[in-house]
Design a binder for this molecule. Structure first.
Ligand SMILES: C[S@@+](CC[C@H](N)C(=O)[O-])C[C@H]1O[C@@H](n2cnc3c(N)ncnc32)[C@H](O)[C@@H]1O
Length: 352
């Protein structure tokens, strides 16, 4: 029997044409029912809520050259856009293992790819950190022909306020790719020393105002993204020279906000440590002649990839590596501004 007293939860309909808040974007979040909404958002150069647009797809396919029958690893499955493009080349006969640490998005991506017709023979998804890549070797038959890593965060993670990745929406100050492990950024601010916080702002984001920001944030009770943003803005107002124009001040404050969130995200997920382990394991996980491509989004990542690939070339473990980073085309950067900082590097394992 229906319980008439039970509260009914109705979705609040949004009457405007440009929804700003995540919960107002229910049409984008239900893409299958509203394809016209998706087209509109993408034509404005934006990423629809709940989606991620894969970056440098053509450049990645050219570098990895996946062929029918080969075995690939997409180490950062995300929304599965790159995985889909790789699978189109690996089939028939090939297969792809997709890994991600995110327990919230991974099942959604698995379901979406299954709905597109990729069965267990073509695709397996695993929730592991890519630093653990060697544990996949038995399943891969001893090694991969193709390995892709598209570092950092997906648009689904950034855009969902509940994940706490952005200062643009109010949410818990979390920033973990896997919210079931480790400690959120709010706890990190309590546990670090001021010197440690200053160093991580410098090391992870080249923050020029690290001393002032560390003094303002360390040991503080900061539970939400909005509270952190307010503290960063206040600290920056005190740290910036009085003679600056309002426009310059606003730009500096915005950059400091972006860098602070980036630095904390890299720290709570130990992103550099995981990338170093991944890069160290890569030669033994590639088959002879196997190809790897890594897409990075800031200098700390790109530097690590460049050094590891160049050292591998010198030692003879890689027979060829990208001489320079490949950048997204001008058209891609305009169509998808989130691609603008991307740098792609590739390496080919020697035949022995
Ligand atoms: C930029 S997105 C990848 C988007 C994907 N290429 C696509 O086409 O949708 C990065 C993804 O990598 C995952 N990730 C980041 N670091 C990871 C790690 N160390 N191990 C496994 N997954 C990781 C994130 O959770 C996120 O889903």
């Amino acid at each position: 029997m229906a319980d008439d007293a039970a509260p009914r939860h109705r979705r609040v309909r949004y009457a405007g044409t440009h929804p700003k808040r995540f919960e107002q974007k229910y049409k984008e979040l239900d893409a299958a029912q509203h394809p016209e909404e998706l087209r509109k958002v993408i034509s404005r150069g934006q990423t629809p809520a709940g989606m991620h647009r894969p970056i440098c797809v053509a450049e990645i396919l050219a570098a990895l050259d996946p062929k029918p029958g080969e075995v690939a690893l997409d180490a950062t499955l995300g929304f599965g856009g790159h995985a889909q493009a790789l699978l189109a080349r690996l089939l028939p006969g090939g297969r792809l293992i997709g890994t991600d640490v995110d327990p919230i998005e991974l099942p959604r991506t698995d379901a979406r790819l299954r709905a597109l017709g990729f069965g267990e023979a073509a695709l397996s998804t695993r929730r592991i950190n890519f630093a653990e890549m060697p544990t996949l070797l038995p399943e891969a038959g001893g090694g991969f022909d193709v390995v892709l890593a598209d570092l950092g965060v997906s648009s689904m993670q950034i855009d969902n306020p509940a994940r706490g990745f952005t200062f643009k929406a109010d949410g818990p100050l979390d920033l973990r790719l896997d919210p079931t492990a480790g400690e959120p950024a709010s706890a990190l601010l309590q546990s670090v020393t001021r010197a440690q916080l200053r160093d991580l702002l410098v090391d992870n984001a080249d923050e020029p105002h690290a001393v002032a920001l560390a003094a303002a944030l360390q040991g503080q009770y900061v539970e939400t993204t909005t509270q952190l943003a307010t503290r960063v803005r206040d600290a920056m107002r005190r740290a910036l020279k009085p003679g600056m124009s309002t426009a310059d001040r606003d730009t500096e404050v915005k950059k400091a906000l972006q860098r602070t969130f980036q630095a904390l995200r890299i720290a709570v997920n130990d992103e550099f440590g995981m990338l170093d382990r991944f890069l160290a394991a890569l030669p033994t996980c590639l088959k002879p002649g196997g190809r790897a491509a890594i897409l990075s989004f800031h200098s700390g990542e790109d530097r690590r990839v460049k050094r590891a690939f160049q050292a591998g070339e010198r030692s003879g473990v890689y027979v060829r590596v990208a001489p320079d980073p490949i950048r997204p085309s001008f058209e891609e950067q305009r169509a998808n501004p989130r691609s603008s900082s991307a740098k792609l590097r590739w390496a080919v394992r020697a035949d022995r």
